[in-house]
Design a protein around this ligand. Structure first.
Ligand code: ATP
Ligand code: MG
Length: 378
């Protein structure tokens, strides 16, 4: 079972501080999506708005016909049961051991017996590599373990929608790789709609079906992974490559003078702290562990993306076609021999931006032009 989340025109501010405006996107049912964005752009605020913990100024977020923004408290309480949420800080109860923390949603929202609860809790602790730690208090375990306990708790109600705020922060690279696989395996097993906020570029490149990015108080892009992974949008390129050179600065935005100074520094031959390789390009997506069912979301996504293929930038189209099997190519009627993945991005030449049709606006959002004061409209 999986749910679609349709967000339209969502806008949030705290007093005079605008966080983001007019965010529109659809999380397709059963697909995995990742939201990127510099620190402080409001990614956590976005997730909290999706479950009604924060109230947006305007716009809608519709799940199974219920608009989270305007519905009654009772409806909100009901709809929240569809969600499993891993908060950025884990949000565990400090005075409860891990077992009771993970059991909490089951005791709060279901009438299950304690023996049934025990089976579920131990299963989820096992899944997240925490077997044996159930008696520990959150203050007695490492940051990475707290994160995994938060994930175990997010999973106990078999959620239709899973929101994960930086699930990898505080995890070592090996555990992050396991976590990436776990998210894909989970998706294969329960067909949940998943949205992950992360700064981990490797996870962003290999896990999701869809990628989006928040910057300058707007949704820069949201669409099939191939679009963002091959994008020559300066802010996306800079972020994916983890470079200092580009529009993003330490305090999110840079002025033109600083950009020029940094450009001159690099042109003078000074290293900018990156490996120098271009991280753009479509790399293979993780697949479920052998023995698990295929991802239903992936199958649905292929049909969905092939329908809008012609609206996507040519490099993204190439990436999508390269990922199809020969059978799929025949099925969709796209030609050419299969050449494999990880094709280097052809040096992006200036290309016409796709003109979104009436149904494509959720696939590729408007790209704010640099130089708009505060990211606002001109
Ligand atoms: N409850 C709140 N009241 C007032 N301001 C808030 C509140 N929550 C968040 N903010 C502000 O909203 C902005 C976005 O915060 P948010 O935590 O969503 O950023 P983020 O993109 O998740 O950053 P990071 O990548 O560092 O986690 C920040 O300026 C923050 O101070
Ligand atoms: Mg955050």
């Amino acid at each position: 079972m999986s749910a679609e989340v349709v967000i339209e025109g969502l806008t949030k501010s705290f007093g005079k501080q605008a966080i983001w405006r007019d965010v529109s996107l659809t999380l397709p049912p059963g697909e995995v999506s990742v939201m990127l964005g510099p620190s402080g752009t409001g990614k956590s605020v976005f997730l909290k708005s999706m479950i009604g913990l924060l109230k947006p100024d305007r716009g809608s977020c519709v799940i199974n016909g219920v608009d989270i923004v305007t519905c009654s408290e009772a409806k909100l309480y009901e709809t929240r049961k569809l969600f499993g949420v891993l908060f950025q800080d884990g949000a565990l109860f400090g005075s409860m051991n891990l077992y009771d923390n993970v059991a909490f949603p089951l005791r709060e929202h279901t009438k299950k017996s304690e023996s049934e609860i025990k089976r579920i809790v131990l299963e989820k602790l096992d899944l997240t590599g925490l077997q044996g730690a159930e008696g520990k208090l959150p203050g007695e375990i490492s940051g990475g373990m707290r994160k995994r306990a938060g994930l175990a708790r997010a999973l106990v109600l078999d959620p239709e929608i899973i929101l994960c705020d930086e699930p990898d922060s505080g995890l070592d690279p090996v555990r992050t790789a396991y976590l990436s696989q776990l998210l894909i395996d989970l998706n294969a097993q329960i067909d949940a709609t998943i949205l992950i906020v992360t700064h981990n570029i490797n996870l962003a490149r290999t896990v999701p079906d869809n990628l989006g990015m928040l910057f300058r108080k707007e949704l820069v892009m949201f669409g099939p992974r191939e679009v963002l992974l091959t994008s020559d949008e300066p802010v996306v390129e800079q972020f994916l490559n983890g470079r200092r050179l580009g529009p993003i600065g330490m305090s999110e935005e840079k002025d033109a003078a600083q950009m020029a100074r940094e450009q001159a520094h690099v042109e003078a031959g000074h290293a900018d702290g990156t490996a120098g390789e271009d991280m753009r390009g479509v790399v293979p997506q993780l697949v479920p562990t052998p023995g698990l069912p295929p991802r239903q979301g992936e199958r649905r996504r292929k049909d969905r993306v092939m329908k809008i293929l012609h609206t996507l930038p040519p490099v993204a189209q190439q990436g999508i076609i390269a990922s199809l099997t020969d059978d799929e190519r025949r099925h969709y009627g796209v030609g050419g021999a299969r050449t494999g993945f990880a094709q280097p991005v052809a040096q992006p030449s200036p290309r016409p931006r796709p003109q979104p049709g009436p149904h494509d606006t959720q696939e590729i959002a408007r790209v704010p032009e640099p130089g708009w004061p505060g990211g606002g409209r001109p």
